[in-house]
Design a protein around this ligand. Sequence first.
Ligand SMILES: Nc1ncnc2c1ncn2[C@@H]1O[C@H](COP(=O)(O)OP(=O)(O)O)[C@@H](O)[C@H]1O
Ligand SMILES: CC(=O)OP(=O)(O)O
Ligand SMILES: [Mg+2]
Length: 393
Amino acid sequence: MKQAILTINAGSSSIKFALFPLAHPISPDAEVSGQIDGIGTNATKMVAKDRAGEKIANQAIAGEQVSHDVAFDALLKWFMATHSGWQIVAVGHRVVHGGERYSAPTVVDATVLDHLTSFIPLAPLHEPHNVAGIRALQALLPNVPQIACFDTAFHRSQPDVAQTFGLPRALSAEGIKRYGFHGLSYEFIARALPQHSHRAAGRVVVAHLGNGASMAAMVNRKCVATTLGFSTIDGLLMGTRCGNLDPGVVLHLMETKGLTVKDMTRMLYKESGLLGVSGISQDMRTLLASDKPEAEEAVNLFCYRIARELGSLVAASGGIDALVFTGGIGEHAAEVRRRVCLQSEWLGIRLDPEANARHDIVISAGNSSVDVLVIPTNEEWMMAHHAQTLLAL
Ligand SMILES: Nc1ncnc2c1ncn2[C@@H]1O[C@H](COP(=O)(O)OP(=O)(O)O)[C@@H](O)[C@H]1O
Ligand SMILES: CC(=O)OP(=O)(O)O
Ligand SMILES: [Mg+2]
């Protein structure tokens, strides 16, 4: 039987999966990849495509408010029925929070699983599903190693000053600090960058702009600062998350409107961001296509916040040699890149408008003092690579 590594990326409302045939090195193009979207809604759907990009599944998952468990079950049943010819030799799981304990990919045993379960309060929208995914795959493939690949790991290189909140020091000692997320994406970009820029080892800011969005500053391809913090709501405006917010607003709303922790959690994670500001959609495509002023306001705030955070990250890394856009929005929304770069001309950034419109890899103009690049991320490949390396496959 042909051997392969399966990767699972369980998010707050989606489960993504990919299958990578074992090879040296592993090809970045998965044999099959896909996702179940709309978990928790009445419109849950699974789509999958083969290596050539042809759709091989496009089906609704029946049920109301389909849970992650039901989605996992449907996915695994479909997968086993359609890919029985593959022997899965490892499963790589994206685990959003590694706490203070984990700074590298780790084989999951009972103790590790207990630790991951204890991190659930640190990332309530992601970690429960990451843990559930590991349990589901353990039950299905009991003799296959499960590898936890942490979103926080890449950011452990940040200096203490970048990780510390201005809170009483006993809290910092308890682990209340800035962790940072999207680490698998940043790690992939850090590996890919030397192929595209001779400044890869310099001061580089990467903007991972997806439904969740963050930015990270690297020096010599190691993280020195990032916009996401203790939780996955800090920093940039996101699809449904508010980003940087005066904590006084939370106190005020709880005090004056009697909102509970549950109410606040829903508002800050699910009802804010592009969706909350526009009142129209969390989807950047919809907002860019809309002529409503509220859509324009949301897009404008999204870009403004990126440009503001860029200035802050450049201060943290002492300058900038390259800026990289990645994630669904970073890779596809030329208009977002244009606005961010226009507001960042003070840094010596100059965009080549045609290259930007074509989504070229290098989109900076000849006279730009900063290399500006678009590099598609591949968190799935990064996990497969980690599993292969850790298990010496
Ligand atoms: N062609 C496009 N133009 C503008 N935005 C796009 C385009 N394709 C995808 N996006 C946006 O990318 C976002 C999703 O990014 P993605 O990285 O896939 O998210 P996730 O965090 O779920 O992995 C959505 O806001 C979507 O609208
Ligand atoms: C950490 C995070 O925000 O993840 P995602 O973008 O997958 O929601
Ligand atoms: Mg993502």
